[in-house]
Design a protein around this ligand. Structure first.
Ligand code: KG4
Ligand code: ZN
Length: 316
C-alpha cells in the first residue's frame, strides 16, 4: 500500500450495537469515536436489532461531526471512506452504508466497502510496529462469528473453519443470561474464571479436532444443567459452572487453531474479535511456542471503526 501524503481516510462501523467512526491520516489511526446502545439492550439480555438501528441513525452524524471538529479536519479534505458492508444486522448495516454513500457522493471521496470480519482479522496490526507475516492463520472470534482463516495476503483470504451453529460469544452471552449475570456475558464469565473450579464435563469429549466448529451441544448441555438445578431448587455454583464452560469452549478453539496452524505450516497466528479480550484465551494461545501469536490490543477487540479503516487502507 502506498498512501499519498495527506491522504485522509474515514472509517465507519455500524454492524451491531456500536456506532463508530475513525480517522486515519497518512496510514496512522489518529482518532476514533465509538458509542454503543449496549446499555439500552441490557434489560433484554442481547442486542435488539431495531433498538441498535435507531441508535445508529440518531448518532452517526453527530459523532462524525465531532471527530472532524476535534481534529480540525474540513469535510472536503476526506479522500477515502471505508465502511462495513457486511456481515452484520441488516438495519444497522443499512444506516452505515447510506451514510457512507451519501458522504462520498457529496464530497467525491472514494468509497471502500469491506467485510468487517477482515477488520477483526487484521486488528492486531493497527498502529503497530509489526506487519502481518503472510501466510498467516487468523482466528476471528466474536458474538456473531467464529472463523479460522488462512490469509496469504490482504486480498487472498480463505475460510478453513467456521461454526455450523452458535458463535462462541453468543454461547457466552446465553450461559451468562441463564446464570443471571447480564449482558454481555463474556467479560463477566471471564472475570470470575477460576481454573481450579473447572471440573464439570459439559460434553467435552464430543469435540473432534478435524470437524467444523459446533457449539450448540455445549450450549444445550450447560443450559440443561442450569435448568435442572433451578427446577430442583439446588444451589447454582456460578463460579464452577461458568469456569467449566469457559475452559472447555476456549480449549476447543485453541486446539483447532493449533491443528490448522500445523496442517498449513504457518508461522504466525493472528487473533481478533470481541472474545479475543478473554484472559484465558490470551494466555493459553500464547503457549504455542512454535508460532508468532499476534493478538489484538484490548481496545481493538470489539467492533470499532479503526479496524475498518485500517483494513480498507490496505486495499487502496
Ligand atoms: O466483536 P464483538 O464486539 O461484536 C460482534 O461482532 O459480535 O463481540 C462481542 C462478543 C460478545 O458475545 C461478548 O460477550 C464477547 O464478545 N466478549 C467476551 C469477552 N469480552 C467480550 N467473551 C469472552 N471473554 C471476554 N473477556
Ligand atoms: Zn465484529
Amino acid at each position: 500500500m502506498i498512501l499519498k501524503k495527506n491522504e485522509i481516510l474515514i472509517g465507519i462501523e455500524t454492524s451491531c450495537d456500536e456506532t463508530s467512526v475513525s480517522l486515519m491520516i497518512n496510514g496512522k489511526i489518529i482518532d476514533e469515536i465509538t458509542t454503543s446502545s449496549m446499555d439500552k439492550q441490557f434489560v433484554y439480555g442481547g442486542v435488539v436489532p431495531e433498538i441498535a438501528t435507531r441508535y445508529h441513525q440518531s448518532n452517526i452524524h453527530k459523532i462524525f461531526k465531532s471527530l472532524l471538529d476535534n481534529n480540525n479536519i474540513n469535510i472536503s479534505e476526506i479522500t477515502n471512506i471505508v465502511y462495513t458492508a457486511n456481515p452484520g444486522l441488516p438495519g444497522c448495516l443499512h444506516v452505515g452504508s447510506c451514510f457512507a454513500k451519501t458522504l462520498s457522493n457529496l464530497i467525491g471521496a472514494k468509497l471502500i466497502p469491506i467485510n468487517h470480519l477482515y477488520g477483526h482479522l487484521f486488528s492486531p496490526y493497527i498502529n503497530s510496529d509489526i506487519e502481518p507475516n503472510f501466510p498467516l492463520l487468523g482466528l476471528v472470534i466474536s458474538g456473531g462469528h467464529t472463523v479460522i482463516y488462512l490469509a496469504k495476503s490482504y486480498r487472498d483470504i480463505e475460510i478453513l473453519n467456521t461454526t455450523q451453529d452458535d458463535a462462541v460469544g453468543e454461547v457466552y452471552d446465553k450461559v451468562a443470561r441463564a446464570l443471571g449475570m447480564g449482558y454481555p456475558g463474556g467479560p463477566k464469565i471471564d472475570k470470575i474464571f477460576n481454573i481450579s473450579k473447572a471440573n464439570i464435563n459439559f460434553l467435552k469429549n464430543n469435540f473432534q479436532v478435524d470437524k467444523q466448529f459446533s457449539f450448540s451441544g455445549i450450549k444445550t448441555s450447560v443450559l440443561n444443567y442450569i435448568n435442572i438445578a433451578k427446577q430442583k431448587n439446588n444451589h447454582l455454583d456460578i463460579e464452577t459452572i461458568s469456569s467449566s464452560f469457559q475452559k472447555i469452549i476456549i480449549d476447543e478453539v485453541i486446539r483447532k487453531v493449533n491443528y490448522y496452524a500445523k496442517l498449513h505450516n504457518v508461522a504466525t497466528i493472528s487473533v481478533g474479535g470481541g472474545v479475543a479480550a478473554n484472559n484465558y484465551l490470551r494466555s493459553e494461545i500464547k503457549k504455542n511456542a512454535c508460532k508468532r501469536i499476534d493478538i489484538s490490543k484490548l481496545k481493538y477487540t470489539g467492533d470499532q471503526a479503526s479496524m475498518i479503516v485500517w483494513y480498507g487502507s490496505k486495499l487502496i
